[in-house]
Design a protein around this ligand. Structure first.
Ligand SMILES: Nc1ncnc2c1ncn2[C@@H]1O[C@H](COP(=O)(O)OP(=O)(O)OP(=O)(O)O)[C@@H](O)[C@H]1O
Ligand code: SF4
Ligand SMILES: [Mg+2]
Length: 332
């Protein structure tokens, strides 16, 4: 993996929970090149946010880094000095917008004051107010936000505006990589489209180079991503171009995920929508199933799947990866 903006290798991160250790991310390897928009998909609880928290370098206290490697633009996150992480990596090279982050805006502070406080926290220096506010007002315009937004309290703004404010603050330092976790899931369809357009504009203007876009919603990812990474139970099960993942999913879990999207069934007399779902429940990650973690729900499960972890199969010159015994050369 060379020339990548983000490299993750065999990453493991676990939670210390009240009832045991939760294997939130359990051996994840992925990379993201400069210029790419990569979607991270998978059902609730599969470890998407945990992966983002680990990559951010500041996971919550009960989530601990167990092993593996994360390199952002040449900086190895869990090896470098925390001061270098703060000054050289965060904001400048990578910015992370956590899930539900619009709720992190302080309800009793105007956006202007909140921004200045964030600035102080990140740089450790008292910000030059006039200059920063001028810069922010200019930058906010790129996200379709008028300068008056800076003089409003969060409750005076719509959900879509608050989300764009958070993205605006996070991209003020032109980070090469932006990681956004479910930025559209709390928004109505119009606001979702606006948000996606705003992110694309930031990328087209070169303000950010790459995006890791996290969403459980494949139809949202399809609107913005070049490539898609599918997670299941703390592991990556499939990677490919967005179109390949949608038109020809290889992994049985991805196949289920794609057919869960509301579809049309033209052959029926009453043409209507139907939803197929994946049978069974997502496993408890305190005690994940042995072998392939999907085997209790997989219609193709074989004996081997119950005890042996599937290999990663690379195809189409490394552009496609799938972790499933069905594609193993020797078969099982
Ligand atoms: N603070 C926590 N303490 C203990 N376990 C946690 C904590 N946060 C998440 N988990 C567990 O870690 C696993 C991965 O959770 P994570 O939040 O990363 O999933 P996700 O894919 O982001 O889900 P969603 O789509 O609902 O946001 C789940 O089993 C979850 O219950
Ligand atoms: S490895 Fe086996 S259980 Fe897992 S997805 Fe493939 S066929 Fe199904
Ligand atoms: Mg999440």
């Amino acid at each position: 993996m060379t020339g990548a903006l983000l490299e993750v290798e065999n990453l493991k991160g676990y939670y210390r929970g009240a009832f045991g250790i939760v294997h939130g991310v359990d051996g994840v390897t992925l990379s993201l090149e400069s210029g790419e928009v990569v979607g991270l998909a998978g059902e609730s609880g599969c470890g998407k946010s945990t992966l983002a928290e680990l990559v951010s370098g500041s996971p919550p206290r009960n989530l601990y880094y167990e092993g593996g490697k994360i390199v952002v633009d040449g900086f190895e996150i869990y090896k470098i000095d925390p001061e270098i992480l703060r000054k050289e990596v965060k904001c400048k090279r990578m910015s992370y917008v956590p899930q539900a982050s619009m709720e992190s805006l302080n309800p009793v502070k105007k956006i202007r004051k909140f921004l200045l406080d964030v600035m102080y926290e990140r740089t450790g220096e008292k910000p030059r107010e006039e200059e920063i506010i001028r810069m922010a007002a200019e930058h906010f315009k790129k996200l379709g936000l008028e300068p008056w937004v800076l003089d409003r309290y969060p409750f005076e703004l719509s959900g879509g505006m608050k989300q764009r404010v958070v993205i605006g603050i996070s991209t003020l330092w032109n980070p090469k990589l932006l990681i956004v976790d479910e930025p559209t899931s709390a928004l109505d369809v119009v606001s979702q489209k606006r948000m996606i357009r705003a992110l694309m504009d930031l990328k087209e203007e070169g303000i950010i180079k790459s995006i890791l876009f996290i969403s459980h919603d494949i139809s949202t990812l399809r609107q913005i991503c070049d490539r898609c990474v599918v997670m299941y139970a703390g592991k990556i099960v499939e990677t490919g171009s967005m179109e390949d993942i949608i038109s020809s999913p290889l992994h049985p879990y991805t196949q289920g995920l794609i057919s869960s999207i509301v579809s049309y069934e033209p052959g029926r007399r009453r043409r209507g929508r139907y939803i197929k779902s994946i049978p069974g429940e997502h496993p408890d990650l305190r005690n994940p199933p042995p072998g392939c973690r999907f085997h209790p729900r997989c219609p193709y499960a074989m004996e081997t799947c119950k005890s042996e972890e599937p290999p990663v199969i690379f195809s189409e010159k490394g552009k496609r990866e799938v972790s499933c015994w069905l594609y193993s050369r020797g078969g099982k």
